[in-house]
Design a protein around this ligand. Sequence first.
Ligand SMILES: [Zn+2]
Length: 440
Amino acid sequence: MDLILRTARLTDGRLVDVHVTDGTIVRVADAGADGAPTGAADVVDCAGRVVIPGLIEAHLHVDKALLDRERPNPDGTLAGAIAVTGELKRGFTHDSVRDRARTLLDQAITNGTTLVRAHPDVDPIVGLTGVEVLLGLRDEYRDALDLQVVAFPQEGIAKAPGTLALLREALAAGADVIGGCTYNEATLAACHEHVETVLDLAEEFGVPADLHADFADDTSDPRFALAGHIADQVAARGLQDRVALGHVTSLASLPRASRTDLLLKLAAAGVAVVPLPATDLHLGGRSDDHDVRRGVVPVRELWAAGVTSAYSSNNVRNAFTPFGNADMLDIGLLLAQVGHLSGPDDLARVLEMATASAAGVVGVADTYGIRPGAAADLVVLSTTDPAGVLLDRPDRDLVLKRGRVVAETTRTTRLTRPTPGLTTGLTTGLTTRSKEPIHA
Ligand SMILES: [Zn+2]
């Protein structure tokens, strides 16, 4: 099957025609360079609209999404969120998890996401329910979305006896990644053991590791200051570019010099960092009486230190984060606002954290991007201005997975204000902006 996206605007402003064969991009040429398309190819006329590669949710709790109406977080803290969700998990069934997961994944696809790394809980409360549902959905959604399944020990490993055997079972059943929750153990020694166990499993099963780490306002409790230790372990084992850390919020409370040293260490060890601003902001700073902390890893410093980074939604509408629409452009704007990031260069770099850089974090860089040889995972946006992608959060007009349209959005907006100088009433002043670019 052949497809051509004509007159697509890349984020560097260049207008190109993108040629796709059997789901793979085979040629990217200057717009019109090849003349009018001939043959049997389907043609999508992008008319100068911006086209980006499919957005990547590098860290999403699909199994726990959309629980906020069942029971909210009693005190707004991380401990409160874990406790409430632990109770709700007792009622999880395969059907209930699958129903909420499908709703969330469909929303993500509509919003231009073509890959999700999902972190279903694995513990004695839910057993493998989340993993089994997600592995089923990985097949069910194969043509619309790539789903990576992380075996995630939310309740700890030593702290929740039986979890280690379940993690092994999840990996044997085909989970793609081993997860971790390094702070949810009773002692620092148990936290170190947790890290060791997770990295052992990564080596034994030949999978990447993706750990929740250092999710606190400050570093006074050493269980929440493990990033340096993890970097040492990763370097010693030669697991460079195979390990990601989510949150790492306590890093923001370190003095700048210590922060810089730690970031350089993470960069040298090839450990990626994934800020999760919606959750980090909602659960952080809860004990502050004044000067309430942001509790989000300083993004500009990640860039300066050369740390591979992505950002993600983490949770959508549950006790951890009672907001969200699985929309990576929304979260990107939030990250920019909280990280003091602005202007075209910064915003382009934030968008990269949802696209090319995220592809590196989840291990798909080899087949990602708008270039020959990459999978044709593409999003046509309702703007012609690359600088407006995060600011305007344009419609995702078309979402393509391996060259096939998997979601389409059309919207009509009418401005009903009377046109100045005309006296013939409201209808004369109707303006239709359907599919018109926001910026000409
Ligand atoms: Zn998470």
